[in-house]
Design a protein around this ligand. Sequence first.
Ligand SMILES: [Zn+2]
Length: 71
Amino acid sequence: MTKLKPCPFCGKQPKMLNEYMFSRAREATQIVCKCGSGIIVYGKSSKKFNDEERESTAIRAWNTRVGDRDD
Ligand SMILES: [Zn+2]
């Protein structure tokens, strides 16, 4: 699996969490840093994402946001 890049704001390693979001009635993967920056990726409503697929989407989104791509 692709590694998470360190936070662009504080340089620390962020955490990845999987959570069921009741407000949206679907699962979500969050990547959050202690400094408060983060992203969230929701699963698709109709068909269930598998965790790995959602996680890799979240990682890609985080790493893209961080800046330089190397994939
Ligand atoms: Zn940070």
